[in-house]
Ligand binder design. Sequence first.
Ligand code: ACO
Length: 428
Amino acid sequence: MSDTLTVIDNRTGKKYELSISDGTIKALDLRQVKVNEADFGMMTYDPAFMNTAACKSRITYIDGDKGILRYRGYPIEQLAESSNFLETAYLILYGELPTRSQYDEWVQHITLHTMIQENIKTLMDGFHYNAHPMGMLISTVGALSTFYVDAKDIHDPESRRKQIHRLIAKMPTLAAFAYRHSVGRPYVYPDNNLSYTANFMSMLWKMTEPQFQANPILAKALDVLFILHADHEQNCSASAMRGIGSSHVDPYSAIAGAAAALYGPLHGGANEEVLHMLDAIGTKANVPAFIKEVKVGKGRLMGFGHRVYKNYDPRAKVIKRLADEVFEVTRRNPKLDIALELERIALEDEYFVKRKLYPNVDFYSGLIYQAMGFPVEMFPVLFSIPRTVGWIAQWEEMLNDPDQKIARPRQIYLGLGQREYVAMIKRS
Ligand code: ACO
């Protein structure tokens, strides 16, 4: 039996053989399905890409029904347990775990690119005192393209390598500077003697002490959170990265677009929304009434549900465990009890069970971030730092894929046919 799909067009009686590879048919093969020669040919209609593979990828594997997430074949649980963020970043970008010398060289490259141009500080200064740090991050990462004109050389692997180092190294610096601006404190320059996350914490919270001493448990927790958020295959922001990058613009401009996609409350903005929701609920006793409202369509249970996971998000499981370690150092976040009660009730409730709505990565991450001292506005920023790795990996894969072209979806036009222009005086 050949790997084909037979399509019979009942309008014409014609039969078409469409070849199947990797469990898919090529949408372009449907174009041959025509009523007559003048016919454009059959298209598929798939708003929000619910059932369309837009690329072939070897980076991240998700089985949403089973709750599996793997980077380059390695289960997320093992990476969270045994790897660190920069090692995982190398794995995601280059496909293999680094050897000792590859790792040392990689960490050295990232560490040496943490500084940003002084003029970026001037840009930061231009923002209003209460500007959202995500808005500042999106603008300033886009602005980096004006400082690194060599970034336009996207077909040169050496230039790409340099931009990759710069982006991974400078995102924490931009993020920390945005935070310092919002709290009216002087910027803290990177400290290259510290680890990736300890340096980030130093740039956020260092005061007058000669060197910032990050709590090792919190620095490690942040590192694990960064591993969990590093990539998630073709989500909204990764698709934005690929879509924008497909026009061959420089990676800083494309990252600004991807970060903007992440900012939305249905994507990276969800953990901020979770905390607002927990604040609005107020006490554990109010949880049943809140669930009742959600079920009649008055708002959503934020941090629940996922386009792909129809099971417990494996990242949420790791985060829930991490929360205990963090709360041993910080004060227990009082909202945790409300969250646990929400989860308990929702997981038993028919509405959520029937729709396969489980906690996603954002349900508990906000509680940890808040306990660590981050204001809610910083949550999407904290997501953008590690996700930069995924965005760049997706972008490079797209650039090196001979099947890819500039992204350009089709539409079904339902508007009016041609009509004659009417002078204003004659319009009623
Ligand atoms: N609370 C209540 N009901 C929900 C929720 C929720 N969080 N999520 C989905 N539903 C319901 C919908 O109302 C719909 O019900 P219906 O069939 O009766 O109309 C059904 O479940 C399916 O929902 P869709 O919106 O079609 O599912 P989709 O896959 O498009 O949405 C999404 C996924 C956007 C994540 C959604 O579950 C949601 O809005 N969740 C809350 C926001 C959130 O936590 N986002 C973070 C996602 S993880 C990340 O981006 C890092």
